[in-house]
Design a protein around this ligand. Structure first.
Ligand SMILES: NC(=O)c1ccc[n+]([C@@H]2O[C@H](COP(=O)([O-])OP(=O)(O)OC[C@H]3O[C@@H](n4cnc5c(N)ncnc54)[C@H](OP(=O)(O)O)[C@@H]3O)[C@@H](O)[C@H]2O)c1
Length: 336
């Protein structure tokens, strides 16, 4: 059986290029005992993949040139050599950028198609949703009446963070890169306010205006100058979750800073990085709570779809420049 795969062709220097990827046709290997063959329906493209394309060691090993691009997928089981899965089952797993993937059945999460849209397993009911949930609730620990600022607010993680903070009774301010995203955050998701960082003449002044009582929690998806501005407005004992630093991912030379750490000192603030995988043992309970909020209409989400596996590189470049609202997904095959 023929497979189509997208490989890492070259390590990007700065902003990635389409030529850093290569689409190839390969033969699928035989299925071993305990494994399942999955037809990919949805592929998730995520900012962390930029890090894996580079050589340096991070929290996970880098990909090698010629490797299939890594990534989470939702798909349909075509064959199974394990009693836990059968033909036609829907699963979520880490199968990468390819038309068909093979994995041990125990590494695949079986999905109930009656529980909601399948794609949600890669967005609100999957890794990004869990990142929002644990980063906000465990690191920021927002209290009723506090002010929460979210950068990257209209993305997969940020859009959920702001809504959970609202559910906890906080005043929520979002920062995003287009007027349409700002409108979505305030008019549909219930953010108290939001602004476009690309057109705001002075980010610090805008934040100061919107956060009249200062900032108690900051959920940072982007880093850079936006984070510098937030640091200047922190309240005593503020909590900052470092979730992502997307403004830095394509830097050829790392930026130094932040220089305004004196603000962390004088405000006795806590800055903590986290990885969603640290919370996997608590994921089930979190998904039950998030599923309840979704059913009650208290949590909304959006997905941006790009069609065709061959367009996955373009979709990936898109998230690095803000083409997505909510979660960016590639539709590889129809659901049927
Ligand atoms: N710690 C963890 O375990 C964990 C897990 C998942 C994700 N993350 C991180 O969380 C962040 C959000 O991930 P996501 O999956 O939800 O991605 P996302 O927000 O859906 O997509 C990325 C967004 O980043 C914004 N962006 C791109 N370049 C920017 C820049 N220079 N300055 C400011 N914003 C920029 C763009 O929106 P605009 O139009 O607003 O610019 C883009 O839509 C990423 O940094 C990611 O690495 C961390």
């Amino acid at each position: 059986m023929q497979n189509t795969q997208v490989l890492l062709a070259a390590r990007p220097v700065g902003f990635p290029k389409l030529s850093d990827f290569r689409v190839v046709q390969t033969e699928l290997p035989e299925l071993k005992e305990g494994e399942a063959l999955v037809e990919v329906i949805y592929l998730s493209v995520d900012p962390y993949m930029r890090g894996r394309m580079s050589e340096g060691k991070s929290y996970a090993a880098p990909m090698q040139i010629g490797d299939v691009m890594v990534g989470g997928v939702v798909g349909r089981v075509l064959r199974s050599n394990d009693p836990s899965l059968s033909y036609g089952d829907y699963v979520e797993g880490f199968l990468g950028w390819q038309k068909y993937g093979i994995a041990p059945a125990k590494q695949l999460r079986k999905l109930d198609p009656a529980a909601g849209p399948l794609s949600a397993a890669l967005s609100v009911m999957g890794m990004p949703g869990l990142t929002a949930y644990f980063g906000l609730l465990d690191i920021c620990k927002p209290k009723r009446g506090e002010t929460v600022v979210v950068s990257g607010a209209a993305g997969a993680v940020g859009s959920i963070v702001g809504q959970i903070a609202r559910l906890k009774g906080c005043q929520v301010v979002g920062i995003a890169g287009t007027d349409a995203k700002v409108k979505w955050l305030t008019e549909e998701l219930g953010f108290d306010s939001a602004f476009n960082y690309k057109t705001a003449p002075d980010i610090y002044a805008k934040l100061k205006d919107l956060c009249s009582k200062g900032i108690d929690c900051y959920f940072d998806n982007v880093g850079g100058t936006i984070t510098d501005a937030v640091f200047g407005l922190l309240n005593p004992n503020a909590r900052i979750a470092i979730c992502g630093q997307i403004s830095q991912y394509n830097n050829v030379k790392p930026e130094l800073g932040p220089r305004n750490l004196s603000q962390i000192l004088v405000k006795t603030a806590t800055v903590r990085g986290f990885l969603v995988m640290q919370y996997l043992d608590q994921a089930r309970e979190a998904l039950i709570e998030m599923g309840g909020w979704l059913r009650e209409g208290k949590l909304k989400y959006r997905e941006t779809f790009v069609d065709g596996l061959a367009n996955a590189p373009q979709a990936f470049l898109g998230i690095l420049q803000g083409d997505n609202t909510g979660k960016m997904l590639v539709r590889v095959a129809p659901e049927r």
